[in-house]
Design a protein around this ligand. Sequence first.
Ligand code: PLP
Length: 360
Amino acid sequence: MSELKPRPGIMDIAAYVGGESSIAGHARVIKLSSNENPLGPSPRAIEAFKALADKLHEYPDGGSTKLREAIAHRYGLDAARIVCGGGSDELLSLLARGYAGPGDEVIYTEHGFLMYPIVTKSVGATPVVVKETNLTADIDAILEAVTPRTRIVFLANPNNPTGTYVPAEEVERLRASLPAGVLLVIDAAYAEYVTRNDYEPGVRLVEANDNVVMTRTFSKIYGLAALRLGWAYCPPGVADVLNRIRGPFNVNAAALAAGAAAMADVAHVDAARAHNERWLAWTAAELEALGLKTTPAVGNFVLVRFPSSERAEAALAFLNGRGIIPRRVAGYGLPDCLRITIGSEDDMRAVVAAVADFLR
Ligand SMILES: *Cc1c(COP(=O)(O)O)cnc(C)c1O
């Protein structure tokens, strides 16, 4: 036996498994497993990325200054409260490191995003997993789980993989009932896709309180998943903590340049949102018409339920046989479901036709 031991909690982590991207025997696949944008990034972002090729010997701006200004300008925010990171995943890790440790409790919901258990256990804190109601975060259940040891509540809004969301009023009620020493982290990775009037990504709560953080990403509607770029909107005290513990150059130069260009291309984001709205509604309606249940989803994916986990497995194999890759979500406690990203029109027509053939 090795004398070398990792810190407590680390060997309890189930390593994150990303969406599959290939199928043996299929040269071309329809990849609907990672909630990527079928329209890709803004052409302006691609141009900015290419222009970086001549400057690879230079360190990036460690303060992400121009990118933070671009984000602040686009959303009417205070640039000083924005902290950028290598994907929002890095920011979630930094928040856990900054605010929780051994003996502390971190709350998230039963079908919550899988990074929450990973970042919680990696700092040695104790995960507290709360039941959901109708595949949606239950604010009362979260509040009941709070103890004097609670340090962080992670809430994905909308959540992945369920696709459901918590209305602004309910998030406000959660914040108002949390002890002042508990940090509420609102992970709004899919905020740009939501078109409901009673939704708010978290900006208002961040500005009105010193214990709420909102995280956002360039991986989804901005189509820049490959570059690993996210941002957090923080109370000044939390921004200060993140800026002390993050790497000095935690965002690479290509991500900074492409991200700022993507942020300025509002029309591209609008087109992606409109495409998603149309094909999300179409896909969900078609799957329901085939007799399957879907959640009322507001992100860029649908969660579809099969009569049993065996049927979900069989559907996955059938779709793979057609070169289509949905996401298995058994690791999220949903073994009878598959998550399907909204791709191009052709992709969605192919998925629905394949599911129809599977059920025949
Ligand atoms: C995709 C996703 C993210 C984004 O992660 P990045 O590290 O920014 O790519 C964050 N939270 C949720 C819930 C997600 O589904």
